[in-house]
Design a protein around this ligand. Structure first.
Ligand code: OAD
Length: 247
């Protein structure tokens, strides 16, 4: 690794407050396709933006429900990767680390992360589309089953395009971005707001911003350190370098 990486390790050794925002790229090495990857198989002719909307669900609830059943299956078969595990190691080493994710796959939690701030919900949870609350018993096949309370169709507990983020999660993310010393943006295209605003808030509050992404994004020119490689490689290298520096 280069001088920039060594500087980053030196900064991390002073035990700063950390905020980490993750996106679909963190799960790419687990075999979960990112949002802006082309879809495969049966779903290749749809774009996620055409399925992950309240309008798509109103128009064709069965199609959207089946797409989520397929994605839920894909996630169930996936395993957390070295990047997820390295973030758990960082949580163990930094008492003050807020882990914020746009991912709905629950892989951070399956790797052992705690207190994950889920900005876009979780694909494993199901809720009433009219707002009665969560529902734990449901048939994932066919059309969306009715809510046992009001009869409205059940839906995945995820944020769709055009919907508001869960207010508590967004408030916790804003607080973490404003109060951290170092902000990591990992595996996200930094295109979807309000999540994409978080590193910018951290910058305005004086934090160091680090991006981990093999591709350039809109955030890259603003970041203090842009580590252009896969998170499954960079995050474990970071943990290893920290441990070596501490030895
Ligand atoms: P995207 O699919 O937009 O971007 C994934 C990013 O991960 C890209 O910038 C890739 O370069 C990067 N990437 C790919 N493989 C990687 C790897 N192995 N290591 C690190 N980075 C890698 O996904 P998000 O930015 O998460 O929202 O998308 C944000 C939101 O847009 C999603 O949560 C979803 C969406 O469409 C909703 O559903 C509301």
């Amino acid at each position: 690794m280069d001088a920039s990486f060594d500087q980053l390790i030196a900064r991390l050794r002073s035990k700063p407050r950390l905020a980490v925002l993750t996106g679909a790229g963190v799960s790419a090495e687990s075999g979960v396709p990112t949002f802006r990857d082309a879809q495969t198989g049966l779903w290749a002719r749809y774009r996620p933006e055409e399925l992950a909307t309240p309008e798509a669900f109103a128009r064709n609830p069965r199609l959207v429900w089946e797409w989520y059943a397929w994605r839920r299956q894909l996630v169930a078969e996936a395993q957390p990767n070295a990047g997820h595990r390295a973030l758990v190691s960082l949580q163990q080493r930094f008492a003050d680390l807020a882990l914020i994710t746009q991912n709905v796959d629950g892989l951070h939690q399956r790797a052992g992360a705690h207190d994950v701030i889920e900005l876009h919900g979780n694909i494993a949870r199901i809720v009433c589309s009219r707002g009665c609350g969560p529902c734990s018993e449901f048939d994932p096949r066919g059309a969306p089953p009715p809510c046992p309370h009001c009869g409205a169709p059940l839906r995945p507990d995820v944020v769709w395009f055009g919907e508001n983020l869960p207010p508590d999660a967004l408030a916790a993310a804003h607080e973490a971005a404003a109060s951290c010393d170092v902000f990591f943006s990992v595996g996200t295209s930094s295109l979807v707001y309000p999540a994409a605003d978080l590193p910018r808030r951290a910058l305005s509050a004086g934090a160091m911003v680090v991006e981990i992404n093999p591709q350039e994004t809109a955030l890259t020119p603003l970041a203090h350190h842009a580590l252009q490689a896969c998170s499954g490689r960079v995050l474990p290298a970071l943990v290893e370098a920290l441990d070596m520096a501490a030895a």
